[in-house]
Ligand binder design. Sequence first.
Ligand SMILES: C[S@@+](CC[C@H](N)C(=O)[O-])C[C@H]1O[C@@H](n2cnc3c(N)ncnc32)[C@H](O)[C@@H]1O
Length: 173
Amino acid sequence: MSGPTGPREIIEALRRFQAGLEEPYKMTPAGMWACSDPEEVLDLFEQVDLGRFRHFCDLGSGDGRAVLLASIFTRASGVEADHGLVEVARGLAKGLGLSQACFIQGDCRQADLAPYDLLFLYPDKPLDWLTRLLPEGWPGHLLIYGPYFQPGTLTHVRTIYAGKTLCGLWRKK
Ligand SMILES: C[S@@+](CC[C@H](N)C(=O)[O-])C[C@H]1O[C@@H](n2cnc3c(N)ncnc32)[C@H](O)[C@@H]1O
């Protein structure tokens, strides 16, 4: 009998998907898609003890990789503008039996962020919009993958290296 889906199966499914692409990179209706490294993302989630958060959301979730991995720790959602990428993410979640992973097609700059207590971003643009969108008194944290765009007006909690990638944990106040 097979047990619950583990991180290795998710990473293998992502590798198979990625191997079928000419390149894992494209323009989308809202920005630029490039993939985070799933081994690093898993390492990052272990370092922040992801299971202590109630509801994770990836703002700009691409092919869903971070959401799929997060869903083995907690409830996990992703918002992505690109229809094709949302379909890929839903297909991967279905194939892997990850019913805790949910994907919304839309503009994350219009999203209600109140339900989430951990926001993940691998940003493709500056984050001023995000600092404006966070609800007053929002008690959650943001996890930023990569060193390029930082939510400078928020409070830096911790720098974390996921493999060789510099990431940051932030909160609103
Ligand atoms: C650098 S990729 C990161 C993908 C994914 N989070 C990962 O870790 O592999 C950024 C993604 O954000 C999406 N994106 C950018 N702006 C967006 C917006 N306003 N609403 C929804 N998705 C957006 C892009 O389409 C792209 O897929």
